[in-house]
Design a protein around this ligand. Structure first.
Ligand SMILES: NC(=O)c1ccc[n+]([C@@H]2O[C@H](COP(=O)([O-])OP(=O)(O)OC[C@H]3O[C@@H](n4cnc5c(N)ncnc54)[C@H](O)[C@@H]3O)[C@@H](O)[C@H]2O)c1
Length: 335
């Protein structure tokens, strides 16, 4: 059995800590907030984010980041805006060669870096991998069967994580296409927000199916331009995550989108729902696509709704009025 440190005791960090605990690993679950730790301890559950799911005393709650010093693997499960700072915070404690598993989905604002790059820079001696794919915390916390992808150019690091965390309810596939896997996780949040907006304005099933399919096409278009393999977007970290996020009320991106489509301002919707990575990713992905010269019409409209007060119905009309196109673009699936 191994010792696992989970940083971030929100919904995903707590769910992964529970899963590792069920595998009889020794688990440290860290939060920067004393009141969060106190509340989980007091109620024996994360009452706000995972109500009704017991967190047993065997999960050791802490606000002391030096817990990573004893860890055989570290899971980084903080919101995207906190990834760089949290990685820097543990740099002095981490043993050389420790696998660090980033599960946060997004891209660094302004630099457009993927999070394994951000974490790798802060922790140069760690073996940094991305764990991503269709995985609602609410379901993993309850032991619902889930399949996910562990990505690293150094496949042996991803295989080590597979050995440590895979179990009969949590199946982990390995890939070396870390660019594709991370971009899939980051970009699908924008499409999920758009799917929620689509639901909120009552656009119907046809529009939603088109949005998801064309959303995947533009995700793959940007990804391949940045060096990812097209087929990765047809896998768990691409299509899989898109399906789970666009269709479920567990998705905070979709829930925020529904509020926006129903007339709420984007800022209010995000404030109400909590961590809505798609809101931030819409700005980063739109700017990155412009920078690379890749057309991402759905992401662009989502950006204009979120940051330029564009009405969702006008955005939908503008998407439908785009110039005539062939469906398949050679860059996407032909490789
Ligand atoms: N919730 C899911 O089902 C799910 C699934 C897969 C991936 N993710 C990704 O995991 C990441 C975390 O998501 P979540 O849903 O657990 O978020 P969350 O808001 O539920 O929890 C985040 C936790 O991170 C910690 N945190 C908050 N602010 C911090 C800060 N400034 N510095 C350090 N730590 C801080 C806190 O412990 C907080 O509870 C996101 O990037 C998300 O995309 C979430």
């Amino acid at each position: 059995m191994a010792t696992i440190a989970v940083l971030g005791s929100g919904s995903w960090g707590t769910a992964l800590a529970l899963m590792a605990d069920r595998m009889h690993h020794t688990v440290h679950l860290w939060s920067p907030f004393q009141e969060e730790v106190d509340s989980i301890r007091r109620f024996g559950e994360h009452r706000k984010l995972l109500p009704g799911v017991p967190v047993p005393p065997s999960v050791q709650l802490t606000t002391d980041e030096s817990c990573v010093a004893q860890a055989d693997a570290v899971i980084l499960a903080v919101p995207s805006f906190a990834v760089a700072a949290t990685a820097a915070r543990i740099a002095g404690f981490l043993k050389e060669g420790t696998p660090v598993i980033n599960v946060s989905k997004g891209l660094e604002e302004n630099t457009f870096r993927r999070f394994t790059q951000v974490v790798g820079e802060a922790l140069p001696t760690a073996r940094v991998v991305a764990l991503t794919g269709p995985s609602h915390a609410e379901e993993v916390a309850r032991g619902v069967p889930t399949s996910i992808v562990c990505a690293c150019e150094d496949v042996s690091a991803a295989e080590r994580v597979q050995e440590l965390l895979m179990n009969e309810r949590f199946r982990i596939y390995v890939t070396d296409d870390v660019i594709g896997a991370e971009l899939g996780g980051a970009l699908k949040n924008v499409i999920a927000l758009a799917a929620g907006i689509c639901d909120g304005i009552g656009a119907g099933d046809n529009a939603k199916a088109a949005l998801m399919t064309r959303g995947l096409a533009e995700m793959a278009r940007l990804g391949t331009a940045l060096g990812a393999r097209a087929e990765t977007f047809a896998g768990l970290s691409g299509m899989g995550d898109l399906i789970v996020t666009c269709g479920s009320m567990h998705s905070r991106n979709r829930r925020a989108g529904i509020l926006i489509g129903s007339g709420r301002s984007p800022k209010d919707a995000v404030a109400e729902v909590g961590t809505v990575e798609g809101y931030f990713a819409a700005a980063t992905a739109f700017k990155l696509a412009e920078h690379v010269g890749v057309d991402m019409p759905i992401t662009e409209q989502c950006y204009r709704i979120c940051y330029e007060e564009k009405a969702p119905s006008t955005a939908l009309r503008d998407l439908m009025r785009r110039p005539m196109r062939h469906e398949t673009e050679e860059v996407l699936w032909a490789k």
